[in-house]
Design a protein around this ligand. Sequence first.
Ligand code: WTA
Length: 686
Amino acid sequence: MSRDKSSRRTDAGQQAVDVSEAQIAVHWPEEGYFSPSASFIAQANLTDADVFERFSLDRFPECFKEFADLLDWYKYWDTTFDASNPPFWRWFVGGRINACYNCVDRHLANYRNKTAIHFVPESEDEAVQHITYQELHVRVNEFAALLRDFCGLKAGDRVTLHMPMVAELPITMLACARLGVIHSQVFSGFSGAACADRILDSESRLLITMDGYWRSGKLIDHKEKADIAFAEAASKGHTAEKVLVWQRYPGRYSSPTKLVEGRDVIVNDVLRSFRGSRVEPVQMPSEAPLFLMYSSGTTGRPKGCQHSTGGYLAYVAWTSKNIQDIHPGDVYWCMADIGWITGHSYIVYGPLAVAASTVVYEGVPVYPDAGRPWRIAEDLGVNIFHTSPTAIRALRRSGPDEPAKYHYHFKHMTTVGEPIEPEVWKWYHQSVGKGEAVIVDTWWQTETGGFLCSTVPALHPMKPGSAGPGIPGIHPVIYDDDGNELASGSGKAGNICIRNPWPGAFQTIWKAPDRYVKTYYARYCRDPQSKDWRDWPYMAGDGALEAADGYFRILGRIDDVINVAGHRLGTKEIESAALLVPDVAEAAVVPVADEIKGKVPELYVSLKPGVEPTPEIAHKVSEAVVARIGAIARPHQVIIVPDMPKTRSGKIMRRVLAAISSHQDPGDVSTLANPEIVDSIRELNR
Ligand code: WTA
């Protein structure tokens, strides 16, 4: 554990009881600056300090034309920004565009034989595949033809993908985009049940999966999850037409799970009849949805964040070029999973839109040892690297001296997904970046499509632990609970919001427009009747504070979301899963600090009258959570308690449980309906 974190905990223990994490973090000292190297600046895409002037608030919205001009349009838009129905903003209205064309076809003229995707299998005995833009074009076209002519898909249809980290995943996404079909990729580590909810909510016509994939040296049976997903979605009211199964090894079926006749289709077999097929990209309205990405929120149901085609692609292209500093000659590796928004925006759409070579790595970072990422970097000549604090902490713990053994050189590195402790940042900078690489700490969300806060790498100094100012065109502000602005340097934390709309923002929550307005815009809206975007700040749901230099430090979620290893899990989802065990009467989940993952869920359950607590029940609860959501949600502990601490009105006091879990003083509990329970729970969690 880094020093900052442990000292944070001790401080907290000594302070008054309800000191929130936000307030504690405010007591961290500000770190000093680090400067980008002259050699980085000399080659950077964005070195023109006028950019902040160009993107000042009074240039909104026309400034974003610069983003859209990075793309090829079939028809140029007539309205840059349409605010007629707030907060359902529309960007580049009237424009026609195809995302697949922009990520593939348009690069053929100059980069036909350049690698678009390096697919790195987990096993070091299996050859890396270097897929050129030409080959990507062929494969995407053939699969698009299959989707259109064999499956009958058309623009606007939805399909659910539940695919691992293989080249076939971006190929599938791009084939959908070519047809205007809306893809919804579910993280492969999620369970079949979690996949079912997403098939159901999106009313997907197909489920596209793969038979198996490698994880920590094991060939996982992935097809098994497709059967669960299909059956559960069907039982809840939506039956997909087919299950398309890619083979991890073409020509060979690698799963012990049987195929279901009439429903399951081996993609690699059917593809043979589409050899040589070409499909004209469909000229989609800028506003047409490109994909859905489900994310956890405050209530149990995951939200289908709907992203647009033109605005989204413009946003990820511009930020890939200018914040990630990607040039067509770079080899770029983002170690995230494509099942999360980071992978969509910064493995697939952004890097391919700017003609990069992007790395897709199948396995876990520390397989077979902690030197693996650095061998990959050395072998492929990776010069831009992108990962999360969780992965950095894991690599630092298991192989602090590994990076020095390999001859790679990163010019640029990214961290994303959760706050990074300054100690960990410094190891990343010194050891992984060899003191040469510039670092951007990018703060953003599934909803926002792309980066919101980050330093511009050649223009701003870096400050460990701080994301930085808003990127050009993004104007953040911090409000207190009453809607007052908290000035920079005030030392006070509040709710971080964005004053202005931006092209990468999601369009709505799929089939839940009211929830969209309520969750993100209602809290600080100045006038619900107003058609002026200035009255509709976007509320991100994170606590943050702004230092005197205008850098934002993100403190974490203000809602019921636990950020595990940089991924959002809804507390309600976890608690509902625990209640699937018939013996359980009540469940409450709280986050506890974890050295590697940042936070992990800890679960308290009480049992139905007459049921004796046993380790088996605790085990069943844990398994139920994994089956329902996936291994990522596995509770650190399941603690069976005689009763939950409750208010007199019967509300479970999660705050008290959280204090017990992190061995802090729960404070004055005399107002609880059952104050005596606190000590007995503390006994159970020593
Ligand atoms: C957190 C991931 C601190 C934050 C792109 C946000 C961060 C949530 C950072 C979104 C960062 C993301 N520093 N916290 N650089 N980046 N977060 O939707 O709480 O999976 O609201 O998107 O992660 O998670 P999501």
